[in-house]
Design a protein around this ligand. Structure first.
Ligand code: ZN
Length: 385
């Protein structure tokens, strides 16, 4: 397992911008061939700055009931280029993407092979979906699987090896990302009486939204979360912003971003209408001209912990770890949503830790990778008919 993780981490697939995705896809495809599988490399249409975006897809076993093992091979940018030189020390592999989630890909791959070789599949087949572009919205990667009808709505389960730190994520938040632009009239600082200040309009529109962001923290989910402080509904106003051509001119345009992560109890269209309604009302009150671009709109997703597939996963974890796992809502957005939106029970479970995942000391324990591979193989076996 180790050799494959080291090869994968050594390919810098930082996203943004989405470097070397084709190269990493070929490393995966060639490694899977060496392991006796017959993967397909699906080349995707050019998108943004993604370099040779692609998906690696492979069937293991030939039963009629499909279980998806899904994961992504892009990573968040590194704090230090040395993170792309994986280090092995004290049973741990350190490097960018070891936890999120190249280590998970390796565990899923070996789990699928073990399930096949130990004849655990019994009427099931595992389809591996290894995608790019998860870290920046996943429309190019997982979105393509959906758009090209490569996800079978009759599938019995989907599992992704994201770094859950040993809990099962059975639910995730939805996402809305907006770019809000105001337009005024540019004027030299000596002629401000002729201008219309787009920045002033922008802050009047942003103000009620920042108030909302504090109120939303009290709109708490009833889904189990890591800590009670994390139960609120999330909104970031002004994660990115910009205005004007220079300090000595009244800005003729200004813009800011809004990122909303809403809880599973909240509804996508309602939340989008709440935000656009506030923006338009504030713009009217300020006499501002405003344009709203919807950059991302994704519903939340969830599967009941009592679902037979959820119970099969919990029992497999119990059998390997010697303790029943907890179910929690993921604090962010997950690729599970592409499947749960089709009615497929979908979960994340992995050996990496989320809290170190995007940081400078990202690592995964080799023993955790092996135990996860065993969980994934058993899960395929425990799935009800
Ligand atoms: Zn991830």
């Amino acid at each position: 397992m180790r050799w494959l993780l080291r090869e994968l981490v050594a390919v810098d697939t930082a996203n943004p911008p989405g470097r070397q995705l084709g190269r990493c896809g070929r490393v995966l495809r060639d490694s899977m061939k060496r392991l006796g599988l017959s993967p397909d490399l699906i080349e995707l249409a050019p998108s943004r700055e993604l370099e040779d975006p692609c998906i690696v897809r492979c069937s293991v076993g030939d039963g009629p009931r499909t279980i998806y093992f899904h994961g992504h091979f892009d990573v968040v940018p590194a704090q230090d280029p040395a993170q792309f030189r994986p280090l092995r020390r004290n049973g741990r592999i350190t490097g960018r993407g070891t936890a999120d989630m190249k280590g998970g890909l390796v565990s899923m791959l070996y789990g699928a092979l073990a399930a096949r070789d130990l004849a655990l599949l019994e009427g099931h087949r595992i389809v591996l979906h290894l995608v790019c572009d998860e870290e920046t919205g996943s429309v190019a990667g997982s979105g393509h699987l959906r758009a090209a009808d490569l996800i079978d709505p009759e599938a019995v389960a989907m599992l992704t090896a994201e770094p859950t730190g040993g809990v099962i994520w059975h639910a995730c938040r939805g996402a809305i990302t907006l770019r809000v632009q105001t337009s005024g009239r540019e004027a030299h600082v000596g002629y401000v009486h002729q201008g219309i200040n787009a920045f002033e309009h922008m802050i009047r529109i942003a103000e009620p939204l920042t108030t909302l962001s504090h109120e939303l923290l009290n709109e708490r989910t009833s889904f189990p979360v890591e800590s009670s402080e994390a139960a609120g509904s999330m909104l970031v106003v002004g994660g990115q912003a910009g205005a004007g051509a220079g300090f000595n001119a009244m800005p003729g345009s200004a813009w800011f971003s809004i990122d909303r992560r809403f809880n599973p109890e909240e509804e996508l269209d309602q939340e989008l209408a709440r935000l656009t309604g506030m923006i338009n009302r504030a713009a009217d009150a300020a006499g501002a001209k405003v344009d709203i671009d919807v950059l991302q709109r994704q519903p939340s997703g969830s599967t009941e912990p009592t679902h037979p597939a959820a119970q099969a996963l919990a029992q497999s974890i119990d059998a390997v770890e010697g303790a029943a796992p907890r179910f929690q809502m993921c604090p962010g957005v997950l690729d599970t949503r592409w499947y749960s939106q089709l009615g497929i029970p979908a979960f994340a479970y992995g050996g990496g830790r989320l809290d170190i995942s995007h940081g400078p000391d990202e690592y995964i324990d080799e023993a955790a990778m092996r135990r996860c591979a065993a969980v994934y193989a058993l899960f395929a076996h425990q799935m009800p008919d």
